[in-house]
Design a protein around this ligand. Structure first.
Ligand code: SAM
Length: 318
């Protein structure tokens, strides 16, 4: 390999490992970090949000970063380990259970859901539908279930349900049938090409986008883990503590919205005050330079500190 090729490879690797945090200003505004606050980042990724929060809280010994991806964990350890930050490699549901069992609470919490740019930029991870790679899609590289197993072994009915439920794809049945008729698949591009046959003609997005999303959600159990974890996150908040969740598609956002709504409002047993009445999205500048931000929606809530003092406390009105 020539020096130039090596430099190019290093530059590509560096770029692949880069992740620009979405809605950073909006996260900081909603969390409102102050010196001394404790912080739990449930999807710390490459530490963009965590670094900005930590700069303001200046409290590394009460900062915990969670991710289930070993590449992200390696970067987090290098960046934050020497400062005394706790770093946990686990899925956020198991990590939250572990933290609750040890009696911990946090003033500030963030879950920036979904995949990171390195997931999408490294073809070997199998998330990118336009770059050839193995059918993998596992965020946790040690997990057994991968996309190849789902695509090559699930029945047509199971694939139809999985695609419909995880992406609301209107042609789920047609796509499931095409998959079953044309398998086995080994690469992302083989699958993307066959799925595209369900949508002949031009479309604004790649015709396999929804199917890839559905399979990725299934491989990583994204919706069920979020549903199970949200109540634990609220338990983990200190009184007055703030939780911010950023989601990237309507199915995730619906779960967050419904959970927040069911625990807030003018009712005697409300445990949350909503900080955002509507989801917050990126401003035009961010949408131009960070395409990942285009579908991002942020919702934030605070744990009620003192019911009588809460603006949404139960008013006794019928
Ligand atoms: C959008 S990225 C987060 C980026 C991060 N906020 C930053 O600024 O670098 C999402 C991260 O969450 C991780 N992740 C997704 N679901 C997870 C889960 N259930 N448990 C733990 N980590 C998860 C992914 O591995 C990925 O690194």
């Amino acid at each position: 390999m020539t020096l130039q090729q090596k430099q190019k490879q290093e530059k590509d690797m560096h770029q692949n490992k880069q992740h620009i945090p979405v809605l950073l200003e909006q996260v900081l505004h909603s969390l409102s970090p102050k010196e001394g606050d404790s912080y739990l980042d449930l999807t710390a990724g490459y530490g963009g949000h965590a670094g900005a929060v930590l700069e303001r809280t200046n409290n590394p010994s009460q900062t915990t970063l969670v991710d289930r991806d070993s590449s992200a964990i390696a970067v987090l350890k290098e960046q934050f380990g020497p400062k005394g930050v706790e770093i946990i490699q686990n899925d956020f549901f198991a990590a939250s259970q572990q933290l609750l069992e040890s009696g911990r609470t946090f003033d500030l919490m963030l879950a920036d859901l979904g995949v990171s740019s390195p997931h999408l930029n490294e073809p070997s991870r199998g998330f990118a539908l336009q770059q050839e790679g193995p059918l993998d899609m596992r965020m946790d590289q040690s997990q057994e279930l991968d996309a190849a197993f789902i695509v090559n072994t699930y029945s047509e009915d199971d694939l139809t349900n999985l695609i419909k439920e995880n992406s609301e794809e209107p042609k789920a049945r047609t796509i499931a049938r095409l998959i079953v008729q044309n398998r086995p698949f080994t690469t992302t591009t083989q699958l993307a090409n066959i799925v595209s046959r369900a949508w002949p003609g031009h479309s604004r997005v790649h015709p396999a986008t929804r199917t890839f999303q559905a399979i990725r959600i299934a491989v990583n159990e994204e919706l069920s883990l979020l549903t199970k974890s949200l109540p634990l996150w609220i338990e983990l908040l200190s009184p007055g503590g703030r939780l911010v969740v950023i989601s990237f598609h309507s199915l995730e956002d619906r779960i967050v919205k419904q959970t927040f709504a069911s625990l807030s409002g003018d009712r005697y047993d409300a445990t949350l005050d909503l900080i955002t009445k509507r989801p917050v999205t990126g401003d035009i500048n961010e949408l131009v330079f960070n395409p990942r931000a285009r579908s991002a929606k942020l919702r934030a809530a605070a744990k009620i500190n003192n019911r009588k003092g809460s603006i949404h406390a139960y008013s006794g009105k019928k």
